[in-house]
Design a protein around this ligand. Structure first.
Ligand SMILES: Cc1cc2nc3c(=O)[nH]c(=O)nc-3n(C[C@H](O)[C@H](O)[C@H](O)COP(=O)(O)OP(=O)(O)OC[C@H]3O[C@@H](n4cnc5c(N)ncnc54)[C@H](O)[C@@H]3O)c2cc1C
Length: 585
Protein backbone atom coordinates (compact mmCIF):
# COMPACT_ATOMS: atom_id res chain seq x y z
CA UNK A 1 0.00 0.00 0.00
CA UNK A 2 1.35 3.43 -0.93
CA UNK A 3 2.34 5.59 2.02
CA UNK A 4 -0.42 8.20 1.51
CA UNK A 5 -3.12 5.55 1.39
CA UNK A 6 -1.67 3.73 4.40
CA UNK A 7 -1.67 7.01 6.31
CA UNK A 8 -5.36 7.53 5.48
CA UNK A 9 -6.21 4.00 6.64
CA UNK A 10 -4.18 4.38 9.84
CA UNK A 11 -5.98 7.63 10.68
CA UNK A 12 -9.22 5.63 10.70
CA UNK A 13 -7.71 3.50 13.49
CA UNK A 14 -6.37 6.43 15.50
CA UNK A 15 -5.74 10.04 14.53
CA UNK A 16 -2.39 10.10 16.33
CA UNK A 17 -0.71 7.43 14.18
CA UNK A 18 1.88 8.73 11.74
CA UNK A 19 3.56 6.55 9.12
CA UNK A 20 6.87 7.36 7.45
CA UNK A 21 9.65 5.57 5.60
CA UNK A 22 12.91 4.88 7.40
CA UNK A 23 15.88 2.92 6.08
CA UNK A 24 13.74 0.82 3.76
CA UNK A 25 11.17 0.11 6.49
CA UNK A 26 7.79 1.56 7.36
CA UNK A 27 7.90 3.39 10.69
CA UNK A 28 4.73 3.87 12.76
CA UNK A 29 4.60 6.41 15.59
CA UNK A 30 1.87 7.75 17.84
CA UNK A 31 0.12 7.05 21.09
CA UNK A 32 -3.10 5.03 21.24
CA UNK A 33 -5.58 4.01 23.91
CA UNK A 34 -5.27 0.24 23.60
CA UNK A 35 -2.89 -2.43 22.36
CA UNK A 36 -5.39 -3.83 19.85
CA UNK A 37 -5.15 -0.56 17.89
CA UNK A 38 -1.34 -0.54 17.93
CA UNK A 39 -1.34 -4.16 16.77
CA UNK A 40 -3.92 -3.53 14.02
CA UNK A 41 -1.81 -0.62 12.76
CA UNK A 42 1.28 -2.84 12.59
CA UNK A 43 -0.61 -5.44 10.59
CA UNK A 44 -2.04 -2.85 8.23
CA UNK A 45 1.42 -1.50 7.48
CA UNK A 46 2.84 -4.84 6.26
CA UNK A 47 3.96 -4.54 2.65
CA UNK A 48 6.64 -7.09 1.89
CA UNK A 49 7.08 -5.88 -1.70
CA UNK A 50 7.85 -2.26 -0.79
CA UNK A 51 9.45 -2.48 2.65
CA UNK A 52 11.90 -4.61 4.60
CA UNK A 53 9.51 -4.62 7.53
CA UNK A 54 7.34 -2.70 9.96
CA UNK A 55 8.91 -0.68 12.78
CA UNK A 56 5.96 -0.27 15.08
CA UNK A 57 6.88 2.38 17.66
CA UNK A 58 3.28 3.23 18.60
CA UNK A 59 2.96 3.45 22.35
CA UNK A 60 -0.09 2.46 24.36
CA UNK A 61 -1.32 4.82 27.08
CA UNK A 62 -0.55 3.45 30.53
CA UNK A 63 1.57 0.54 29.27
CA UNK A 64 5.32 0.34 29.50
CA UNK A 65 7.25 -2.80 28.55
CA UNK A 66 9.33 -3.90 31.50
CA UNK A 67 12.22 -6.22 30.71
CA UNK A 68 12.96 -8.71 33.47
CA UNK A 69 16.67 -8.25 34.20
CA UNK A 70 18.96 -10.37 36.35
CA UNK A 71 19.56 -9.18 39.91
CA UNK A 72 23.31 -9.79 39.45
CA UNK A 73 25.57 -6.81 38.87
CA UNK A 74 29.32 -7.35 38.71
CA UNK A 75 32.31 -6.97 36.41
CA UNK A 76 33.05 -10.63 35.75
CA UNK A 77 32.94 -10.13 31.97
CA UNK A 78 34.52 -6.67 31.89
CA UNK A 79 36.84 -6.25 28.92
CA UNK A 80 36.25 -9.78 27.67
CA UNK A 81 37.07 -10.29 24.00
CA UNK A 82 35.57 -13.05 21.88
CA UNK A 83 35.18 -13.94 18.23
CA UNK A 84 31.43 -14.39 18.47
CA UNK A 85 28.94 -13.21 21.06
CA UNK A 86 25.61 -15.04 20.90
CA UNK A 87 22.77 -13.17 22.62
CA UNK A 88 20.02 -15.47 23.91
CA UNK A 89 20.16 -18.95 25.37
CA UNK A 90 17.02 -20.34 23.79
CA UNK A 91 17.14 -23.22 21.34
CA UNK A 92 18.24 -20.91 18.52
CA UNK A 93 21.16 -19.36 20.41
CA UNK A 94 22.29 -22.68 21.90
CA UNK A 95 22.15 -24.43 18.50
CA UNK A 96 24.16 -21.58 16.98
CA UNK A 97 26.80 -21.63 19.76
CA UNK A 98 27.26 -25.39 19.24
CA UNK A 99 27.44 -25.05 15.46
CA UNK A 100 30.00 -22.23 15.71
CA UNK A 101 32.29 -24.48 17.73
CA UNK A 102 32.75 -26.76 14.72
CA UNK A 103 35.44 -24.16 13.99
CA UNK A 104 38.20 -22.69 16.13
CA UNK A 105 36.25 -19.61 17.22
CA UNK A 106 35.94 -18.29 20.74
CA UNK A 107 32.20 -18.29 21.43
CA UNK A 108 30.46 -16.60 24.35
CA UNK A 109 26.70 -17.06 24.80
CA UNK A 110 24.94 -14.66 27.16
CA UNK A 111 21.49 -15.36 28.56
CA UNK A 112 19.61 -12.99 30.84
CA UNK A 113 17.74 -15.80 32.55
CA UNK A 114 19.11 -18.02 35.31
CA UNK A 115 19.25 -20.99 32.92
CA UNK A 116 19.20 -21.65 29.21
CA UNK A 117 15.68 -22.21 27.81
CA UNK A 118 14.34 -19.40 29.99
CA UNK A 119 12.04 -18.05 27.26
CA UNK A 120 9.73 -19.79 24.83
CA UNK A 121 12.16 -22.67 24.28
CA UNK A 122 10.94 -24.28 27.51
CA UNK A 123 7.33 -23.23 27.05
CA UNK A 124 6.23 -24.90 23.86
CA UNK A 125 4.60 -28.08 22.62
CA UNK A 126 7.77 -29.89 21.58
CA UNK A 127 6.38 -30.73 18.16
CA UNK A 128 8.88 -31.20 15.36
CA UNK A 129 6.70 -29.75 12.63
CA UNK A 130 6.51 -30.89 9.03
CA UNK A 131 6.00 -27.50 7.35
CA UNK A 132 2.94 -28.03 5.13
CA UNK A 133 1.25 -24.91 6.51
CA UNK A 134 3.95 -22.47 5.54
CA UNK A 135 3.98 -20.61 2.26
CA UNK A 136 6.48 -21.31 -0.44
CA UNK A 137 9.41 -18.94 -0.39
CA UNK A 138 9.06 -18.22 3.31
CA UNK A 139 11.98 -18.64 5.69
CA UNK A 140 9.65 -20.54 8.02
CA UNK A 141 9.10 -23.22 5.38
CA UNK A 142 12.75 -23.43 4.33
CA UNK A 143 14.12 -23.80 7.86
CA UNK A 144 11.27 -25.99 9.11
CA UNK A 145 11.78 -28.58 6.38
CA UNK A 146 15.57 -28.56 6.77
CA UNK A 147 15.39 -28.58 10.57
CA UNK A 148 12.88 -31.43 10.63
CA UNK A 149 15.21 -33.54 8.48
CA UNK A 150 18.07 -32.94 10.96
CA UNK A 151 16.21 -33.89 14.14
CA UNK A 152 16.64 -37.65 14.32
CA UNK A 153 20.44 -37.47 14.03
CA UNK A 154 20.69 -34.48 16.34
CA UNK A 155 18.54 -36.10 19.03
CA UNK A 156 20.66 -39.24 18.77
CA UNK A 157 23.94 -37.31 19.08
CA UNK A 158 22.70 -35.32 22.06
CA UNK A 159 20.83 -38.20 23.66
CA UNK A 160 17.54 -36.32 23.79
CA UNK A 161 14.20 -38.15 23.45
CA UNK A 162 12.72 -37.87 19.97
CA UNK A 163 9.81 -39.81 18.49
CA UNK A 164 8.59 -39.80 14.92
CA UNK A 165 4.99 -40.98 15.12
CA UNK A 166 3.67 -38.39 12.67
CA UNK A 167 0.94 -35.79 12.86
CA UNK A 168 -2.74 -36.02 12.00
CA UNK A 169 -5.37 -33.39 11.23
CA UNK A 170 -8.95 -34.54 11.15
CA UNK A 171 -11.49 -33.41 8.58
CA UNK A 172 -15.12 -32.93 9.47
CA UNK A 173 -16.62 -32.59 5.98
CA UNK A 174 -16.00 -33.57 2.39
CA UNK A 175 -14.94 -29.98 1.71
CA UNK A 176 -12.31 -30.21 4.44
CA UNK A 177 -11.06 -33.50 2.97
CA UNK A 178 -10.66 -31.76 -0.38
CA UNK A 179 -8.80 -28.92 1.27
CA UNK A 180 -6.49 -31.46 2.90
CA UNK A 181 -6.04 -33.14 -0.49
CA UNK A 182 -4.85 -29.77 -1.78
CA UNK A 183 -2.43 -29.45 1.14
CA UNK A 184 -1.14 -32.96 0.39
CA UNK A 185 -0.68 -32.23 -3.32
CA UNK A 186 1.26 -29.05 -2.69
CA UNK A 187 3.37 -30.60 0.08
CA UNK A 188 5.99 -32.19 -2.18
CA UNK A 189 6.42 -28.94 -4.01
CA UNK A 190 7.27 -27.39 -0.63
CA UNK A 191 9.80 -30.12 0.10
CA UNK A 192 7.53 -31.96 2.56
CA UNK A 193 7.52 -35.70 2.01
CA UNK A 194 5.36 -38.53 3.35
CA UNK A 195 1.91 -36.97 3.55
CA UNK A 196 -1.28 -38.87 2.77
CA UNK A 197 -5.01 -38.18 2.91
CA UNK A 198 -6.72 -41.15 4.56
CA UNK A 199 -10.26 -42.24 5.28
CA UNK A 200 -11.15 -42.77 8.93
CA UNK A 201 -10.53 -46.53 8.94
CA UNK A 202 -7.02 -46.23 7.52
CA UNK A 203 -6.29 -43.31 9.83
CA UNK A 204 -7.38 -45.27 12.87
CA UNK A 205 -4.48 -47.70 12.38
CA UNK A 206 -2.09 -44.80 13.00
CA UNK A 207 -4.17 -42.76 15.43
CA UNK A 208 -6.73 -44.90 17.29
CA UNK A 209 -8.40 -41.75 18.68
CA UNK A 210 -10.13 -40.64 15.46
CA UNK A 211 -13.14 -38.56 16.59
CA UNK A 212 -16.62 -39.85 15.74
CA UNK A 213 -17.38 -36.81 13.61
CA UNK A 214 -14.28 -37.16 11.43
CA UNK A 215 -14.58 -38.49 7.89
CA UNK A 216 -10.78 -38.89 7.68
CA UNK A 217 -7.78 -36.63 7.63
CA UNK A 218 -4.24 -35.86 6.62
CA UNK A 219 -1.37 -37.94 7.96
CA UNK A 220 2.05 -36.28 7.94
CA UNK A 221 4.75 -38.88 8.42
CA UNK A 222 7.69 -36.61 9.13
CA UNK A 223 6.03 -35.08 12.21
CA UNK A 224 7.93 -35.71 15.40
CA UNK A 225 8.08 -34.84 19.04
CA UNK A 226 10.91 -34.00 21.40
CA UNK A 227 11.57 -32.51 24.82
CA UNK A 228 12.10 -28.80 24.01
CA UNK A 229 13.90 -27.79 27.21
CA UNK A 230 16.07 -30.91 27.24
CA UNK A 231 17.02 -30.33 23.62
CA UNK A 232 18.01 -26.72 24.43
CA UNK A 233 20.00 -27.78 27.50
CA UNK A 234 21.69 -30.58 25.54
CA UNK A 235 22.70 -28.18 22.75
CA UNK A 236 24.15 -25.79 25.34
CA UNK A 237 25.96 -28.57 27.20
CA UNK A 238 27.45 -29.92 23.99
CA UNK A 239 28.51 -26.40 22.98
CA UNK A 240 30.26 -26.08 26.38
CA UNK A 241 31.82 -29.54 26.03
CA UNK A 242 33.25 -28.31 22.75
CA UNK A 243 34.70 -25.13 24.22
CA UNK A 244 31.94 -22.50 24.15
CA UNK A 245 31.34 -20.34 27.23
CA UNK A 246 27.84 -19.75 28.57
CA UNK A 247 27.21 -16.79 30.88
CA UNK A 248 23.83 -17.02 32.60
CA UNK A 249 22.13 -14.12 34.42
CA UNK A 250 23.82 -11.88 31.85
CA UNK A 251 21.72 -9.33 29.99
CA UNK A 252 22.79 -7.22 27.05
CA UNK A 253 21.88 -3.64 27.93
CA UNK A 254 23.39 -1.56 25.14
CA UNK A 255 25.83 -1.55 22.22
CA UNK A 256 28.33 0.85 20.74
CA UNK A 257 28.21 0.88 16.93
CA UNK A 258 31.00 2.62 15.01
CA UNK A 259 31.53 2.66 11.25
CA UNK A 260 28.87 0.01 10.64
CA UNK A 261 30.28 -2.37 13.26
CA UNK A 262 29.28 -3.30 16.78
CA UNK A 263 32.45 -2.59 18.76
CA UNK A 264 31.23 -2.92 22.35
CA UNK A 265 28.36 -4.68 24.07
CA UNK A 266 27.39 -3.55 27.58
CA UNK A 267 25.95 -6.06 29.99
CA UNK A 268 25.19 -6.15 33.72
CA UNK A 269 28.52 -7.98 34.14
CA UNK A 270 30.75 -5.63 32.19
CA UNK A 271 31.56 -4.61 28.62
CA UNK A 272 32.35 -7.29 26.02
CA UNK A 273 34.27 -6.71 22.79
CA UNK A 274 33.16 -9.26 20.19
CA UNK A 275 34.24 -9.50 16.56
CA UNK A 276 30.75 -10.68 15.57
CA UNK A 277 27.38 -10.65 17.30
CA UNK A 278 24.46 -13.07 16.84
CA UNK A 279 21.02 -11.84 17.82
CA UNK A 280 18.92 -14.77 19.05
CA UNK A 281 17.05 -12.82 21.73
CA UNK A 282 13.53 -14.17 21.13
CA UNK A 283 10.83 -11.70 22.16
CA UNK A 284 13.46 -8.98 22.59
CA UNK A 285 15.23 -9.55 19.27
CA UNK A 286 14.01 -6.23 17.86
CA UNK A 287 15.36 -4.39 20.93
CA UNK A 288 18.76 -6.01 20.35
CA UNK A 289 18.59 -5.25 16.61
CA UNK A 290 17.84 -1.61 17.46
CA UNK A 291 20.91 -1.48 19.76
CA UNK A 292 22.96 -2.86 16.84
CA UNK A 293 21.43 -0.32 14.42
CA UNK A 294 20.03 -3.15 12.31
CA UNK A 295 16.31 -3.12 13.13
CA UNK A 296 14.03 -3.88 10.18
CA UNK A 297 11.23 -5.61 12.11
CA UNK A 298 9.11 -5.46 15.27
CA UNK A 299 8.23 -8.36 17.51
CA UNK A 300 4.60 -8.53 18.64
CA UNK A 301 4.14 -10.99 21.50
CA UNK A 302 1.64 -13.79 21.00
CA UNK A 303 0.91 -15.99 24.03
CA UNK A 304 -0.02 -19.63 24.11
CA UNK A 305 -0.92 -21.82 27.07
CA UNK A 306 -0.37 -25.57 27.12
CA UNK A 307 -2.05 -27.90 29.62
CA UNK A 308 -0.09 -30.93 30.86
CA UNK A 309 -2.14 -34.04 31.57
CA UNK A 310 -1.18 -36.94 33.81
CA UNK A 311 0.52 -39.92 32.18
CA UNK A 312 -2.63 -41.95 32.73
CA UNK A 313 -4.25 -39.77 30.05
CA UNK A 314 -1.42 -40.55 27.63
CA UNK A 315 -3.53 -43.19 25.84
CA UNK A 316 -5.85 -40.46 24.54
CA UNK A 317 -3.47 -39.59 21.74
CA UNK A 318 -0.82 -41.63 19.98
CA UNK A 319 0.54 -39.00 17.59
CA UNK A 320 0.16 -35.22 17.58
CA UNK A 321 -3.33 -34.49 16.38
CA UNK A 322 -6.04 -31.87 16.02
CA UNK A 323 -8.79 -30.34 13.95
CA UNK A 324 -7.92 -28.84 10.58
CA UNK A 325 -6.83 -25.20 10.73
CA UNK A 326 -9.60 -24.45 8.22
CA UNK A 327 -12.22 -22.37 9.95
CA UNK A 328 -14.66 -20.43 7.85
CA UNK A 329 -16.75 -17.92 9.76
CA UNK A 330 -20.38 -17.37 8.62
CA UNK A 331 -19.21 -14.06 7.09
CA UNK A 332 -16.44 -15.82 5.15
CA UNK A 333 -18.92 -18.44 3.96
CA UNK A 334 -21.22 -15.80 2.54
CA UNK A 335 -21.16 -15.79 -1.22
CA UNK A 336 -19.17 -19.05 -1.50
CA UNK A 337 -21.06 -21.72 -3.47
CA UNK A 338 -22.05 -24.64 -1.25
CA UNK A 339 -20.26 -27.32 -3.33
CA UNK A 340 -17.25 -28.96 -1.61
CA UNK A 341 -14.68 -27.81 -4.17
CA UNK A 342 -15.55 -24.10 -3.87
CA UNK A 343 -15.61 -24.40 -0.10
CA UNK A 344 -12.31 -26.28 -0.02
CA UNK A 345 -10.66 -23.55 -2.12
CA UNK A 346 -11.96 -20.88 0.25
CA UNK A 347 -10.75 -22.85 3.25
CA UNK A 348 -7.22 -23.16 1.95
CA UNK A 349 -7.20 -19.45 1.11
CA UNK A 350 -8.37 -18.33 4.54
CA UNK A 351 -6.50 -20.95 6.62
CA UNK A 352 -4.93 -19.39 9.67
CA UNK A 353 -1.16 -19.37 9.46
CA UNK A 354 -0.92 -19.17 13.28
CA UNK A 355 -2.31 -22.59 14.03
CA UNK A 356 -1.15 -25.82 12.50
CA UNK A 357 -4.16 -27.75 13.74
CA UNK A 358 -2.08 -29.74 16.24
CA UNK A 359 -3.53 -29.51 19.72
CA UNK A 360 -3.31 -32.91 21.40
CA UNK A 361 0.20 -34.20 21.75
CA UNK A 362 1.60 -37.42 23.15
CA UNK A 363 4.79 -36.15 24.75
CA UNK A 364 8.08 -38.05 24.79
CA UNK A 365 7.52 -38.54 28.53
CA UNK A 366 4.14 -40.22 28.07
CA UNK A 367 1.95 -37.31 29.20
CA UNK A 368 -0.65 -35.67 27.02
CA UNK A 369 -0.28 -31.99 26.21
CA UNK A 370 -3.39 -30.00 25.28
CA UNK A 371 -3.19 -26.59 23.59
CA UNK A 372 -1.98 -24.03 22.82
CA UNK A 373 -4.11 -20.97 22.10
CA UNK A 374 -2.69 -17.98 20.23
CA UNK A 375 -3.55 -14.52 21.57
CA UNK A 376 -1.97 -11.15 20.84
CA UNK A 377 -0.85 -9.37 24.03
CA UNK A 378 1.22 -6.26 24.78
CA UNK A 379 3.56 -7.75 27.40
CA UNK A 380 6.52 -9.78 26.16
CA UNK A 381 7.40 -11.13 29.59
CA UNK A 382 3.99 -12.04 31.02
CA UNK A 383 3.79 -15.82 31.27
CA UNK A 384 0.92 -15.92 33.75
CA UNK A 385 -1.79 -18.50 33.23
CA UNK A 386 -5.51 -17.88 33.23
CA UNK A 387 -8.15 -20.35 34.34
CA UNK A 388 -10.60 -19.14 31.68
CA UNK A 389 -8.03 -19.77 28.94
CA UNK A 390 -7.33 -23.28 30.25
CA UNK A 391 -11.08 -24.03 30.34
CA UNK A 392 -11.47 -22.73 26.78
CA UNK A 393 -8.60 -24.90 25.53
CA UNK A 394 -10.05 -27.99 27.18
CA UNK A 395 -13.54 -27.33 25.85
CA UNK A 396 -12.19 -26.87 22.35
CA UNK A 397 -10.12 -30.05 22.43
CA UNK A 398 -12.89 -32.14 23.99
CA UNK A 399 -14.42 -31.92 20.51
CA UNK A 400 -11.45 -33.93 19.24
CA UNK A 401 -11.00 -36.21 22.25
CA UNK A 402 -14.14 -36.32 24.49
CA UNK A 403 -12.16 -38.10 27.24
CA UNK A 404 -10.10 -34.94 27.91
CA UNK A 405 -10.90 -34.06 31.50
CA UNK A 406 -9.84 -31.30 33.89
CA UNK A 407 -9.26 -33.95 36.58
CA UNK A 408 -6.19 -35.17 34.63
CA UNK A 409 -4.48 -31.76 34.65
CA UNK A 410 -1.16 -31.78 36.51
CA UNK A 411 0.26 -28.45 35.31
CA UNK A 412 -0.13 -25.68 32.77
CA UNK A 413 2.26 -23.10 31.43
CA UNK A 414 2.28 -20.12 29.11
CA UNK A 415 4.87 -19.20 26.52
CA UNK A 416 5.26 -15.98 24.55
CA UNK A 417 5.95 -16.40 20.85
CA UNK A 418 8.05 -13.83 19.03
CA UNK A 419 6.54 -13.20 15.58
CA UNK A 420 7.25 -10.19 13.40
CA UNK A 421 4.38 -8.34 11.72
CA UNK A 422 5.48 -10.02 8.49
CA UNK A 423 4.99 -13.39 10.26
CA UNK A 424 8.26 -14.78 8.96
CA UNK A 425 11.68 -15.49 10.45
CA UNK A 426 14.37 -12.86 9.98
CA UNK A 427 17.48 -15.00 9.49
CA UNK A 428 20.15 -12.95 7.74
CA UNK A 429 23.45 -11.15 8.05
CA UNK A 430 23.16 -7.52 9.19
CA UNK A 431 21.95 -5.00 6.64
CA UNK A 432 23.40 -1.78 8.04
CA UNK A 433 25.75 -3.30 10.61
CA UNK A 434 28.21 -5.71 9.07
CA UNK A 435 29.14 -7.82 12.10
CA UNK A 436 25.66 -8.56 13.39
CA UNK A 437 23.68 -11.65 12.39
CA UNK A 438 19.94 -11.85 12.98
CA UNK A 439 18.09 -14.97 14.08
CA UNK A 440 14.89 -13.10 14.93
CA UNK A 441 11.14 -13.49 14.62
CA UNK A 442 11.64 -17.14 15.55
CA UNK A 443 8.08 -18.07 16.39
CA UNK A 444 6.71 -21.55 15.74
CA UNK A 445 8.15 -23.67 14.11
CA UNK A 446 11.32 -22.32 15.72
CA UNK A 447 11.96 -25.42 17.81
CA UNK A 448 11.97 -27.44 14.59
CA UNK A 449 13.91 -24.90 12.56
CA UNK A 450 16.67 -24.03 15.06
CA UNK A 451 19.24 -26.67 13.96
CA UNK A 452 19.00 -25.50 10.33
CA UNK A 453 19.05 -21.80 11.25
CA UNK A 454 22.22 -22.52 13.25
CA UNK A 455 23.97 -24.00 10.21
CA UNK A 456 23.34 -20.89 8.09
CA UNK A 457 24.17 -18.36 10.81
CA UNK A 458 27.42 -20.18 11.67
CA UNK A 459 28.34 -20.25 7.98
CA UNK A 460 27.72 -16.50 7.52
CA UNK A 461 29.65 -15.65 10.70
CA UNK A 462 32.58 -17.78 9.54
CA UNK A 463 32.59 -16.19 6.10
CA UNK A 464 32.56 -12.75 7.70
CA UNK A 465 35.39 -13.56 10.11
CA UNK A 466 37.49 -15.15 7.36
CA UNK A 467 38.02 -11.61 6.07
CA UNK A 468 39.98 -10.73 9.22
CA UNK A 469 41.35 -13.97 10.70
CA UNK A 470 42.17 -17.57 10.01
CA UNK A 471 39.19 -19.76 10.89
CA UNK A 472 40.35 -23.34 11.25
CA UNK A 473 38.13 -26.39 11.53
CA UNK A 474 37.85 -27.62 15.11
CA UNK A 475 39.36 -31.09 14.72
CA UNK A 476 38.32 -31.99 18.26
CA UNK A 477 34.64 -31.13 17.82
CA UNK A 478 32.54 -33.96 19.20
CA UNK A 479 28.83 -33.76 18.31
CA UNK A 480 28.01 -36.51 20.81
CA UNK A 481 27.02 -35.26 24.27
CA UNK A 482 28.33 -37.12 27.25
CA UNK A 483 25.34 -38.43 29.19
CA UNK A 484 24.98 -39.81 32.66
CA UNK A 485 22.90 -42.98 33.14
CA UNK A 486 19.12 -42.59 32.93
CA UNK A 487 17.73 -45.29 35.20
CA UNK A 488 14.39 -45.61 33.41
CA UNK A 489 16.24 -46.59 30.22
CA UNK A 490 18.19 -49.44 31.89
CA UNK A 491 17.36 -53.09 32.34
CA UNK A 492 16.91 -54.44 35.87
CA UNK A 493 20.37 -56.04 35.74
CA UNK A 494 21.99 -52.80 34.60
CA UNK A 495 20.21 -50.85 37.35
CA UNK A 496 21.30 -53.32 40.00
CA UNK A 497 24.90 -53.09 38.84
CA UNK A 498 24.74 -49.30 38.87
CA UNK A 499 23.26 -49.22 42.38
CA UNK A 500 25.86 -51.72 43.52
CA UNK A 501 28.63 -49.44 42.21
CA UNK A 502 27.02 -46.25 43.50
CA UNK A 503 24.21 -46.54 46.09
CA UNK A 504 23.02 -42.98 45.29
CA UNK A 505 21.27 -44.49 42.25
CA UNK A 506 19.28 -46.67 44.60
CA UNK A 507 17.89 -43.76 46.60
CA UNK A 508 14.64 -42.75 44.89
CA UNK A 509 13.90 -39.06 45.51
CA UNK A 510 10.98 -38.40 43.13
CA UNK A 511 8.49 -41.21 43.47
CA UNK A 512 6.21 -40.06 40.64
CA UNK A 513 8.98 -40.08 38.03
CA UNK A 514 11.26 -42.54 39.87
CA UNK A 515 14.29 -40.27 39.87
CA UNK A 516 17.23 -41.19 42.08
CA UNK A 517 19.63 -39.06 44.08
CA UNK A 518 22.42 -40.24 41.77
CA UNK A 519 20.67 -38.78 38.72
CA UNK A 520 20.14 -35.44 40.47
CA UNK A 521 23.83 -35.33 41.42
CA UNK A 522 24.77 -36.11 37.80
CA UNK A 523 22.67 -33.13 36.65
CA UNK A 524 24.39 -30.89 39.21
CA UNK A 525 27.79 -32.06 37.92
CA UNK A 526 26.94 -31.60 34.20
CA UNK A 527 28.93 -29.29 31.88
CA UNK A 528 26.40 -26.50 32.54
CA UNK A 529 25.46 -26.89 36.20
CA UNK A 530 22.63 -24.71 37.49
CA UNK A 531 21.86 -24.89 41.19
CA UNK A 532 18.10 -24.35 41.21
CA UNK A 533 15.07 -26.58 41.65
CA UNK A 534 13.70 -25.72 38.19
CA UNK A 535 17.03 -26.46 36.51
CA UNK A 536 17.15 -29.91 38.10
CA UNK A 537 13.50 -30.52 37.29
CA UNK A 538 14.17 -29.81 33.61
CA UNK A 539 17.36 -31.84 33.47
CA UNK A 540 16.17 -35.04 35.13
CA UNK A 541 12.46 -34.57 35.98
CA UNK A 542 12.05 -34.63 39.79
CA UNK A 543 8.81 -32.69 40.36
CA UNK A 544 7.45 -33.28 36.86
CA UNK A 545 4.97 -35.96 37.93
CA UNK A 546 1.48 -36.03 39.33
CA UNK A 547 2.39 -34.48 42.72
CA UNK A 548 4.44 -31.71 41.04
CA UNK A 549 7.17 -31.90 43.67
CA UNK A 550 4.94 -31.83 46.75
CA UNK A 551 6.83 -34.80 48.21
CA UNK A 552 10.35 -34.51 46.80
CA UNK A 553 10.97 -30.73 46.85
CA UNK A 554 12.63 -30.61 50.32
CA UNK A 555 14.93 -33.52 49.44
CA UNK A 556 15.88 -32.01 46.07
CA UNK A 557 16.68 -28.73 47.86
CA UNK A 558 18.83 -30.58 50.40
CA UNK A 559 20.81 -32.35 47.63
CA UNK A 560 21.35 -29.02 45.81
CA UNK A 561 22.44 -27.27 49.03
CA UNK A 562 24.89 -30.04 49.98
CA UNK A 563 26.37 -30.29 46.48
CA UNK A 564 26.74 -26.51 46.05
CA UNK A 565 27.90 -26.02 49.64
CA UNK A 566 25.24 -23.40 50.25
CA UNK A 567 22.77 -22.91 53.11
CA UNK A 568 19.49 -24.77 52.56
CA UNK A 569 17.48 -21.55 52.67
CA UNK A 570 19.56 -20.09 49.79
CA UNK A 571 18.33 -22.71 47.32
CA UNK A 572 16.10 -20.98 44.77
CA UNK A 573 13.34 -22.13 42.46
CA UNK A 574 14.68 -20.44 39.31
CA UNK A 575 16.09 -16.91 39.28
CA UNK A 576 18.37 -15.76 42.10
CA UNK A 577 15.53 -13.88 43.82
CA UNK A 578 13.03 -16.79 43.73
CA UNK A 579 13.65 -18.06 47.25
CA UNK A 580 11.58 -21.00 48.46
CA UNK A 581 12.42 -20.91 52.16
CA UNK A 582 12.53 -17.53 53.86
CA UNK A 583 14.92 -18.49 56.63
CA UNK A 584 15.42 -20.58 59.75
CA UNK A 585 12.85 -20.28 62.51
C1 LIG B 1 3.05 -21.84 23.30
C2 LIG B 1 4.11 -22.13 22.26
C3 LIG B 1 4.07 -23.34 21.58
C4 LIG B 1 5.04 -23.62 20.61
N1 LIG B 1 5.06 -24.85 20.03
C5 LIG B 1 6.05 -25.15 19.15
C6 LIG B 1 6.14 -26.45 18.61
O1 LIG B 1 5.40 -27.35 19.01
N2 LIG B 1 7.11 -26.68 17.68
C7 LIG B 1 7.96 -25.71 17.25
O2 LIG B 1 8.77 -25.98 16.36
N3 LIG B 1 7.94 -24.48 17.79
C8 LIG B 1 7.01 -24.18 18.73
N4 LIG B 1 6.98 -22.94 19.32
C9 LIG B 1 7.98 -21.95 18.92
C10 LIG B 1 9.30 -22.18 19.62
O3 LIG B 1 9.12 -22.36 21.00
C11 LIG B 1 10.18 -20.95 19.38
O4 LIG B 1 10.18 -20.63 18.02
C12 LIG B 1 11.61 -21.18 19.82
O5 LIG B 1 11.65 -21.66 21.14
C13 LIG B 1 12.38 -19.88 19.71
O6 LIG B 1 13.63 -20.06 20.32
P1 LIG B 1 14.60 -18.82 20.48
O7 LIG B 1 15.85 -19.36 21.03
O8 LIG B 1 14.67 -18.08 19.21
O9 LIG B 1 13.85 -17.87 21.52
P2 LIG B 1 13.77 -18.01 23.11
O10 LIG B 1 13.61 -19.39 23.54
O11 LIG B 1 12.72 -17.06 23.56
O12 LIG B 1 15.19 -17.53 23.59
C14 LIG B 1 15.59 -16.20 23.56
C15 LIG B 1 16.40 -15.95 24.80
O13 LIG B 1 16.99 -14.67 24.73
C16 LIG B 1 17.08 -14.17 26.05
N5 LIG B 1 17.24 -12.72 25.98
C17 LIG B 1 16.35 -11.80 25.56
N6 LIG B 1 16.85 -10.58 25.67
C18 LIG B 1 18.10 -10.71 26.16
C19 LIG B 1 19.12 -9.78 26.49
N7 LIG B 1 18.95 -8.46 26.36
N8 LIG B 1 20.29 -10.27 26.97
C20 LIG B 1 20.49 -11.61 27.13
N9 LIG B 1 19.54 -12.51 26.84
C21 LIG B 1 18.37 -12.08 26.35
C22 LIG B 1 15.77 -14.61 26.68
O14 LIG B 1 15.84 -14.65 28.09
C23 LIG B 1 15.55 -15.98 26.07
O15 LIG B 1 15.97 -17.04 26.90
C24 LIG B 1 6.04 -22.65 20.30
C25 LIG B 1 6.07 -21.44 21.02
C26 LIG B 1 5.13 -21.20 22.01
C27 LIG B 1 5.22 -19.93 22.81
Amino acid sequence: MKLERLQRELRKLDASIVASERDGCILLEGEVEDYATAFAAGKLAVDKKRYLGVLNDITVKGFEQKIVLPAENDSSLEGMECDVLVIGGGITGCAIARELRRHELSVLLVEKGADVASGQSSRNGGVVHVGVNFSKGSQKLRYCVRGNAMYRKLAHELHVPYENKGQVTFARTKAEMLALEYVHRTALDKGVVDTKVMGRDELRKIEPSVPDWSVGGLFMGTGGITSPYLMTIALAENAVENGATVALNTAVLDMKVEGGLVVEVSTNRGTIRPKAVVNAAGVHADVIAQMADDRTFTIHPRVGTNVVMDKKAGWMVNTSMGKTPFTLTPQQLEGIPSDPISQAKAMVKTASSHTKGIALIHTVDGNMLVGPNADEVPDREDVSTDRAVVEKILASQQEVQPAVSASDIIAYFTGVRSPTYEEDFVVRPGIRTRNVFEAAGIQSPGLTAAPAIAVDIAMWVREYLLGMMDVKKNENFNPVRHVAPVLSELSLEERNQLIHDNPDYGEIVCRCEEISKGEILDALRSPLPVYSVDAIKRRCRPGMGRCQGAFCLPTVMRIIADEAGMPYEDVVKGSSDSRIVLGKK
